[in-house]
Design a protein around this ligand. Structure first.
Ligand code: ARG
Length: 339
């Protein structure tokens, strides 16, 4: 697709969208009017995209399946005939690092979108408003340690914003990849964050997906973090109907997040392994873990603090992801200790 994508681009969308396929798909539209041109706009504008495509609604995955399917199987290693299955049963795994010598914090998030609404790249302001209201209502019914307050960005002053940012419970306007996809339209309208009174449960409203549901702790107690998330998902599911696909599980804006929509990870301080990065990357790879910079996606590692999390999200259950992370972290800490 050299005529559409910049020459230096090496995204999956460029790799899989042949000229013939483009011709076959360019006149199609989902019921809400989402087109191929909109879906690949971010990948065209940002030559350094690794994926370069966003879904504008749940139907995008069917209407444009001829381009989404190969990207999904390439990225997730998802085979023909394979089916995704969810499992959010609570776990009881040993705390990895009770002295907090290595692991500073644990965070697990899932991405969710509501059935019947366009995804953030393609939603109109009145619908985004309706969504916010619906989500706010569901959040207000959470009980016990999950209960808390919703902070709409539109009504926060600078001081409140800074407060949320230092925690870090907040999100900011999306990056240039999301911007080109249309995800930032009308920002900061209808965006906000909810957090429980103890700040261990957080929900982002109308970021890259309708909901980013997050459980976090300044401990290495992965089970505790996961179990809180499981309880929250059950509670929210009573009021919210999430967009799902029989084969692909939960549907998200970016095809990298479909399936579980889950990223489970820790911030871990690894002084010795920082000097032996190949070893660290090797162990991580063996457990299907990815290493990001200290402040997440597309950032650098600072002061030997690594962000280590699962790379598999589709074709694997939520509880299996957490068990893999647990086993991988035990191996990484053992290697750090041995050096
Ligand atoms: N669209 C961007 C790219 O192709 C981001 C991909 C994954 N990240 C995400 N936040 N969805 O590089």
């Amino acid at each position: 697709m050299s005529s559409f994508f910049p020459e230096d681009a090496c995204s999956l969308v460029k790799k899989h969208l042949s000229l013939n396929l483009h011709t076959a798909l360019e006149h199609l539209k989902t019921d809400s009017g989402y087109t191929l041109a909109k879906a690949i706009h971010s990948g065209i504008k940002n030559p350094d995209s690794s994926i370069g495509i966003y879904a504008g609604d749940a139907q995008s995955y069917q209407t444009f399946s001829k381009i989404f399917d190969p990207i999904i199987s390439d990225y997730h290693g998802f085979k023909k005939g394979q089916k995704h299955a969810s499992d959010i049963t609570e776990l009881d795994l040993a705390v990895i690092d009770p002295q907090k010598k290595y692991i500073k914090s644990t965070r697990i998030r899932v991405a969710r979108n509501l059935k019947g609404f366009c995804f953030p790249a393609h939603i109109l302001l009145p619908h985004r408003r309706e969504l916010e209201k619906k989500i706010k209502n569901a959040l207000s019914q959470l009980k016990g340690d999950l209960s808390g307050n919703y902070f709409p960005f539109e009504s926060l002053d600078e001081k409140q914003f800074q407060q949320l940012k230092t925690e870090p419970l907040c999100f900011e306007k999306g990056d240039r990849f999301q911007d080109a996809a249309g995800i930032n339209s009308d920002f900061p309208k209808c965006r906000g964050v909810f957090h429980s009174f103890d700040k261990q449960f957080v929900v982002w409203v109308n970021e890259e997906d309708h909901l980013r549901i997050i459980s976090l702790e300044k401990t290495s107690d992965i089970s505790s973090v996961f179990n809180r998330l499981c309880r929250a998902l059950l509670a929210l599911n009573r009021h919210l109907d999430f967009a799902q696909d029989k084969r692909y599980g939960y549907l998200t804006s970016c095809p990298t997040n479909i399936g579980t929509g889950m990223r489970a990870g820790v911030h871990i301080h690894l002084e010795k392994l920082e000097q032996k990065k190949e070893l660290l990357y090797d162990i991580a790879k063996g457990f299907h873990l990815q290493i990001r910079g200290t402040f997440g996606e597309k950032t650098k590692v600072e002061n030997a603090v690594f962000d280590i999390s699962n790379c598999q999200r589709l074709g694997i259950s939520e509880s299996k992801i957490v068990k893999n992370l647990h086993a991988g972290l035990l191996a990484i800490i053992a290697a750090e200790k041995s050096l």
